[in-house]
Design a protein around this ligand. Sequence first.
Ligand SMILES: [Zn+2]
Length: 270
Amino acid sequence: MNKVIIWICSLLSISTFAQENFKVYYEENENGYKIYANNGEFCPVSVEIDFKIENLSSSIGDIKIIEVPAQTTKFYIADLTVIDRRKALRLGFSVRYNHGNHLQTSFDKDYAYHLPFKKGAEYMVTQGYNGTVSHHNEYALDFKMPIGTAIYAARDGKVVLVEQSFNKTCTEQDCAKFNNYILVYHSDGTFAEYTHIKKGGAKVQPGEMIEKGQHIGYSGNVGWSTGPHLHFIVFLQRFRDRETLPTKFLVGNGKQITQLEEKKKYSKSY
Ligand SMILES: [Zn+2]
């Protein structure tokens, strides 16, 4: 090979987690190059890799989406084989990535979620699915509750991210960047986010397995919020967006399962 041009671009990444926790890289060998990924996150990460290569043959084609398992180093992605050793070659690729399996479409639609507060309590859903205040085209639920109310896990899972450093509140959408939250990965590939928790209000940390009914933190009024509440969503992550999903909850004594409706109060005695 008389000339090798190499470039790698990850500027297209729009992930919500730290860049150093996910990396795609190459190693040279006698036939060309092997491409690998490291994933330091506590859930799978999907990466779309888009090759710009000359005089190299890719084992996975020009562009491909691959799911990299949680907490993996040197996960094999592809072989790039030199076609003609006498000619110059060019190795380049761009990547974008985010949590979850972006090709996933099926999930447990009938899962019976627990209400995310303690036994004996009752709270109103002040904004429901596709609510007109801030839930446009979103299957999200707002439980009105005073700052400092204990939040309980609605489902078993693994904590992926915790943001609890913010203290700022405002009513503009732009303030969503100041949201505090607990992000949980479920066994069927969906995620739950418990949002607006108070500053320092998480009782769990990334990497921890949690069980439904476990006390995981305290509610607040932080970020894009018009009053103290818990915002709860379940979703499938896509590269750019979250595809929120409708959920069913056990209510009352725990023998009824229902979709929660706006302006109704729900009690938990299970
Ligand atoms: Zn909300």
